[in-house]
Design a protein around this ligand. Sequence first.
Ligand SMILES: [Zn+2]
Length: 261
Amino acid sequence: MAEEKHSKQQNKTRKKQAGTAGRKSSAARRKKRTGKRKIDRRQMTVALVLVGIAIAVTLFLLSLGGRLSTIMESFPFSGKTDSELTGTEQDEMDVNDDGRPPLDVQLLTPNSYSRPQIALNEINGIVIHYTANPGADAQANRDYFESLKDNGITYASSHFVIGLEGEIIQCIPSSEIAYASNERNHDTLSIECCHADESGALNDATYQSLVELTAWLCRHFEISPDNVIRHYDVSGKICPKYFVEHEDAWNTFLDEVRAAV
Ligand SMILES: [Zn+2]
């Protein structure tokens, strides 16, 4: 490079000494220089675009890696994605009515934090949870799941939330996974129960709806009540607290579900 520059400089000096002939060729030189500047600018633009693309790709890969690792750590699932999901807001539960309790269907907006639209290809069980959020009703809990799409605080959701007055809000269609039950997300439905205080005990209205909803889901999806489990049975988490600390109450609940199926 330096060599080439040097010889051009010598050329220039020689042409200057050549008098009128030099004037003639100076126009050509200007033209040449302008052309070179144009090429430089073009090269610079291409380089800037390439750098921009490289930065964008790097940032994208970093964010993807971060998200995936968080999902895998907090809510492992088998990753059965289904590109054929229709994304319809109409859940089949909305039209079938084989003795199901009233459902307030308020499906979450599809988003990677609470409704990733991963297909739930098989349903082998039902996992019961408590909200760990004393006094908050079903709507507040559903809205919390919805808010995750904007704030990205964590990955969490549930198919159903049963409120303090026994109301049931459905957040995720039964054809999609929820982020609730760790490695059982991929083959179970999840039910969150609201509770009034720190004990985690369910009031009568919440408990009654839980029995009815669980029994109906067992009938509707042909799930044995033997496959109704606590979050605790999946991961050892103290959830639902009252049913973990009171094994007898849990067994009574299962008996009531069996009787209602
Ligand atoms: Zn739980």
